[in-house]
Each structure stands twice: as C-alpha cells, then as structure tokens.
Design a protein around this ligand. Structure first.
Ligand code: FES
Ligand code: FES
Length: 156
C-alpha cells in the first residue's frame, strides 16, 4: 500500500515495509533518512522519537506508519534549519540545554506542541509538559528555561 501524506510541508509517498511498521523506522530509513527523531526505548516511554502529527506530539516508535495516510508529519528537520532555527532550537542552544543531546529532539518537539496550545506557559506547566520525556543527563532545568525563553521570543 502506498502511503500519501505531508512531510515537513511537502507531499510525500512511501511504502511501509510491513503493515505494522513504526513511523519512526519509515522516517529514519531511505528515502527520507531523517535523523531528528531518535530511537530510544522503542516502547513509548522516553520521548526521543517524538514528531508532530497534525501539530500534536506523537511517539513515532509506537505509531503505525500506515496511520499517517492523509496527515501532516513534522520532524525536527521541518521545525527549523541551521540557518533559520525555530525559536525553540535557538533557545535550547542559547541555554546550553543538552549534554549528550539524545533527548533533545523529543524535548523540542514536545515543547513545540506545548507552545502551540499555550503561548506563555508557566514554569510548572513546562515541567508538566516535559515530565514524560526522559533525560539521562539531568538537563531538565536548562530545558525548562529554554522553553520559557522561546515562549518569550515568540511572543515578541
Ligand atoms: S523511542 Fe519512542 S518513546 Fe522512546
Ligand atoms: S542531554 Fe543527554 S539524555 Fe538529555
């Protein structure tokens, strides 16, 4: 079955390797070869694989690829570029919010979902939004500061 969906703002087509192939694999393999979403636990527990589907954060390791038919998928690559980073990407850099960086994709994508729903979240709302995203380096405090910085920048 050929899937047709939107990927980072462009029409995309793909043939899943199996009916239950996780979306994460489809995105990371050829022809897309997107390495923003990471494989962490593979069990919807850590958040490293998070992408946006129709604007909402989804754990792509546990989301069947075939379910994206007709939907809009955004990965970290579609949020911003090195030349023109999204305010969240700029804020994570500015705050030094990340050590090994393995969790960064999930933290940023989950935060993008949060800021699309709540333009000026409180510290506790940011912490709550990121509570299910694991960071083994213990970088949560800087990440919370980065999300607050991005929210302020986006509010102008
Ligand atoms: S790899 Fe998907 S939640 Fe951990
Ligand atoms: S910065 Fe290393 S896991 Fe979060």
């Amino acid at each position: 079955m050929t899937l047709r969906f939107t990927l980072n703002g462009r029409p995309a087509e793909a043939e899943p390797a199996a009916p239950d192939q996780p979306l994460l694999y489809l995105l990371r393999e050829e022809p897309f070869a997107l390495n923003g979403p990471r494989f962490g636990c593979g069990l919807a527990q850590c958040g490293a694989c998070t992408v946006l589907i129709d604007g909402r954060a989804v754990r792509s390791c546990s989301y069947p690829a075939e379910a994206v038919e007709g939907q809009s998928v955004t990965t970290l690559e579609g949020l911003g570029t090195k030349e023109s980073p999204h305010p969240l990407q700029a804020a994570f850099n500015a705050e030094g919010a990340g050590q090994c960086g393995y969790c960064s994709n999930g933290m940023i994508m989950q935060s993008a979902d949060l800021l699309s729903q709540n333009r000026r979240p409180s510290e506790s709302e940011i912490k709550e939004a990121l509570a299910r995203n694991l960071c083994r380096c213990g970088g949560h405090n800087r990440m919370v500061a980065a999300v607050a910085r991005a929210a302020a920048a986006m509010a102008g």
